[in-house]
Write a protein that binds this ligand. Structure first.
Ligand code: ATP
Ligand code: MG
Length: 294
């Protein structure tokens, strides 16, 4: 069976944001993968590989992996999480969806709710949306800043720059603690989003997914794209890179994300912990006991 090539995801990885331009990234790109059939075979293989790597991550209990997913509505965040992580042991995975902040959350600094949900060592943590909403929805709808009750003397015009800087500092802190960060922007086109919203209206089994608020948010599409471009420019680093994944074909999105995660875990050179001499003696004693008792 064919394997996903590590080269597949490289073109979408942004390590240095400075010159990043969203218009250079085609939401419909499929990197030479022919069709859904080919992608399904590749994903199946990738899911097995990911399960093996996760098993070692868990056993080693030292590194943690934080995967951040950001996207416009209907870009397929939920589907990516469902398909790509389908083979991993749920015990080693912690998924959290960030919604509009609660009253309790608004009583704290904006990182608080994310910090308490960072993955434990040995785990893969998935953020379905994240603190990046602080420079996305909050930037597009600036009135949301008011609800955060930040002292007005601190609300400089360049608050977004400050936030980029703080987000990068926190990424560096986490990286130095062994929490590896990978960030994904599922890059769907406005046209494909419209098609998916219409499908939610047409198909009774998809009606539940439809939200009139999501359709209203389309009016701010360009503002969101500007905000995405700017945040990637300021927060893409070699340690915490962004992946701008084409999202007009879900089958391609899934294999590209799977490959990025596999590459990351492979780079950690994970292995099962070796037993020391004390533990080896313990195992021998246990074997003797088991064999004796039959
Ligand atoms: P789905 O619709 O598939 O269930 P979703 O991620 O769109 O998934 P929703 O409950 O529809 O979930 O939306 C969450 C909303 O919360 C989004 O509109 C998002 O912009 C908003 N949100 C997330 N974080 C913040 C934040 N810090 N401040 C304000 N709004 C936020
Ligand atoms: Mg939604």
């Amino acid at each position: 069976m064919k394997k996903i090539s590590a080269k597949l995801v490289k073109p979408y990885r942004v390590d240095h944001g400075k010159h990043f331009r969203l218009k250079d990234y085609d939401p419909g790109h499929t990197a030479g993968v022919k069709d859904k059939k080919e992608a399904t075979e590749l994903l199946e293989r990738g899911v097995h590989e990911l399960a093996d790597l996760q098993d070692k991550l868990y056993a080693q209990n030292s590194w943690a992996l934080l995967l951040i997913f950001q996207a416009m509505d209907a870009a397929g965040k939920d589907g990516v999480i469902k398909h790509v992580m389908s083979g991993v042991n749920p015990q080693g995975c912690q998924v959290y969806s960030f919604k509009a902040p609660s009253t309790e959350e608004l009583d704290h600094d904006y990182m608080w709710r994310a910090m308490v949900r960072m993955p434990e060592r040995g785990r893969i943590g998935i953020f379905n949306r994240s603190y990046y909403e602080e420079v996305l929805v909050v930037r597009v709808h600036k009135e949301l800043v008011q609800a955060q009750r930040i002292p007005t003397s601190l609300l400089r015009k360049d608050i977004w720059r400050d936030r980029f800087e703080d987000i990068c500092s926190i990424a560096r802190y986490l990286t130095r603690n062994g929490i590896v960060i990978r960030k994904f922007f599922l890059n769907v086109s406005r046209k494909e989003q419209k098609r998916r919203f219409l499908a939610r209206l047409d198909d009774p089994e998809k009606n539940w997914k439809f939200s009139a608020a999501d359709v209203r948010e389309r009016a701010f599409w360009d503002d969101y794209m500007d905000a995405y471009e700017d945040l990637i420019r300021h927060t893409a680093t070699p340690d915490a890179p962004w992946h701008v994944i084409p999202a007009d074909n879900k089958w391609f999105t899934h294999i590209a994300v799977a490959e990025a995660i596999i590459d990351t875990l492979k780079d950690l050179n994970l292995s099962y912990p070796k037993v020391d001499s004390v533990k080896a003696k313990e195992l021998e004693a246990a074997r003797a006991l088991l064999e004796d008792k039959k």
